[in-house]
Design a protein around this ligand. Sequence first.
Ligand code: NAP
Length: 291
Amino acid sequence: MRLIDGKQTATEIKKEIAIDVKAMVDAGAKQPHLAAILVGHDGGSETYVAFKIKDCEEVGFKSSLIRFEDDVTEEELLAKVDELNRDADVDGFIVQLPLPKQISEQKIIEAIDPRKDVDGFHPINVGRMVIGLPCFVSATPDGIVELLKRYHIETSGKDCVVVGRSNIVGRPMSVLMSQKEMNATVTVAHSRTKNLVELCANADILIAAIGSPEFVKGNMVKDGAVVIDVGTTRVKSDKTKSGFKLKGDVAFDEVAGKCSYITPVPGGVGPMTRVALLKNTLLAAKKEIYK
Ligand code: NAP
């Protein structure tokens, strides 16, 4: 079994991005600029946004954090989105999800200019991804594809099972794996799937994006399979300072011995998700997707 080290790979990619940014700025271009809108004080969202800002600093991007309280109205948020859409200094921006109940997430996503939608959630970017046009791909599936490529994992003709069909992970993941670039034969499984154990046990590549700690057991994994664990559930732990630790969707100890490659949690898909947002911001700054 070989461990797929997302942390190390993400560090390498960040160095590549930093070199690129320095060359751009040395040549007279402005610093790429990522803005983030954060609503409320949810602990998880605060942490994710803080990481995104730290990542920007590491690679030489400018970043801006725009905060609103939980009682912000949809109109106020839409006005800020509109302002960022028109701000020539901002190359890309994200609205950290989830949003409070009074706000339609879909309405906010659709208000973002697709050319600045570095999360890749706008229907135009999703649609372009589905038909294989240049687009911003959502960060987690993009990070996973990058890992598979950097580890030279053969995907062509392989049977790939994606468990989970969310708009941000499972569904785009399944589309990317079936594109001509990856050439896998893909099955998307979800909570209504029958014979999930048998289905997973026949997969050459198994991607678990469920959000259920240690859901994938040893009997669900074929010998020699590639296992990508997207799940990150915070569970209580008396072994960490924070009192929590992250658990994946895969029972790592049972599964690791059976597979050819596996991503750990933490240190697998998570760091690649973060780096994918930086990649998209750089593409936005260079106007490489929408010329
Ligand atoms: P989500 O929107 O809750 O989707 C979960 C999916 O799993 C749904 O499609 C659901 O099926 C399916 N599912 C739930 N129980 C199932 C079962 N018993 N059998 C088969 N399928 C089942 O979650 P998400 O946003 O995709 O995230 C999934 C996990 O990835 C979470 O742990 C999340 O924290 C993690 N995540 C990690 C990263 C990272 O960077 N590492 C990024 C994003 C998400 P239905 O559609 O039928 O309900």
